[in-house]
Design a protein around this ligand. Structure first.
Ligand code: F6P
Length: 321
């Protein structure tokens, strides 16, 4: 491999910059040339590509977001767009490519691999919704950010003896919800992966909690669950008479300086990706599984099904009484 390209694709995640820095510096250390590709596959197709030096990644390890910018590229989902991407790799002499993103981004990497470009995927998403890995870059920071925000909501909710519905991100996955549910001591967690309490059961729980002397209730609702946070809050207030507020945390969960955990894994995974390319590997995704950095065939990884820990879910329920 002479020239490695690096891009970030899909939703950004804290720690992506640490991963970019690691790819650039690990590749330079092996005597390779590195180019940064702006705005994901969009920038690949349009040739928004520039050489990166050790200096171009200094002072970024602590920054949220991605210095390469990111996008969701519709054109790259079509064979014509993929061919244009592969052609542009040839124009710029890119013979190895590191794609930092989620499952959708890996599908693009797989297409490029089929067109002769050696590609490696790094799992970057706050959602933790990639089946082959126990960890994704950005999840730790997002959970910590959400946890701190929910602690603040709890302060005011307790003062007013209210019920709070807090909606967290995760798309179709409930990992941020489950983790904050445990970390924030929620009375209930609503997840896309599990059969959730009905509105009536939630209302019954809130009334029983009030009768037991609980002065506030915290319900964490994953954005992918089947319940609408605002409607749920209205219904609870209407039926119980308990003042209830819904807060949708939204994009604040995607920003901020990455935690040490995210910086560490992103740095290790970036260097691991460069090692794989140097060994001539392609169409692989880097994962963190049972405490080890490993790699899987992208197609195999995309076929895996993620299953949420029943143990964590059970503990979240037991501790909510
Ligand atoms: O995949 C990351 C994520 O933040 C999801 O949790 C959320 O559903 C989605 O992206 C939001 O996307 P957008 O930034 O396009 O609104």
């Amino acid at each position: 491999i002479n020239t490695i390209g690096v891009l970030t694709s899909g939703g950004d995640a804290p720690g992506m910059n640490a991963a970019i820095r690691s790819v650039v510096r690990a590749a330079l250390a092996k005597g390779m040339k590195v180019v940064g590709i702006n705005r994901g596959y969009n920038g690949l197709i349009s040739g928004d590509i520039h050489e990166m030096t050790s200096k171009s990644v200094s002072d970024i390890i602590q920054r949220g977001g991605t210095i390469l910018h990111t996008a969701r590229c519709l054109e790259f989902m079509e064979p014509q767009g993929q061919q244009r991407g592969a052609d542009m790799c040839k124009v710029f002499g890119i013979d190895g490519l590191v794609v930092i993103g989620g499952d959708g981004s890996f599908k693009g990497a797989e297409k490029l691999a089929n067109l002769g470009i050696n590609t490696i995927g790094l799992p970057g998403t706050i959602d933790l919704d990639i089946a082959c890995t126990d960890y994704t870059i950005g999840f730790d920071t997002a959970v910590n950010t959400a946890m701190e925000a929910i602690d603040k909501i709890r302060d005011t909710s307790t003062s007013h003896e209210r019920c709070s519905i807090v909606e967290v991100m995760g798309r179709d996955a409930g990992y941020i919800a489950l983790w904050t549910g445990i970390a924030n001591g929620a009375e209930a967690v609503l997840l896309p992966e599990k059969e959730n309490m009905s509105t009536e059961a939630l209302i019954r729980m809130i009334i029983e909690n009030r009768n037991k002397g609980k002065r506030h209730n915290l319900i964490i609702n994953a954005e992918g669950s089947n319940l609408d946070s605002v409607k749920l809050a209205k219904k609870i207030e209407e039926v119980t008479g308990i003042s209830t507020r819904a807060t949708i945390l939204g994009h604040l969960q995607r920003g901020g300086s990455p935690t040490a955990v995210d910086r560490m894994h992103a740095s290790m995974m970036g260097a691991f990706a460069v090692d794989l390319l140097a060994e001539g590997k392609s169409n692989r995704v880097v994962a963190y599984k049972d405490g080890q950095y490993v790699d899987y065939d992208i197609n195999e990884a995309l076929d895996m099904k993620k299953s949420m820990s029943d143990l964590r879910y059970e503990v979240s329920r037991v501790l909510s009484i």
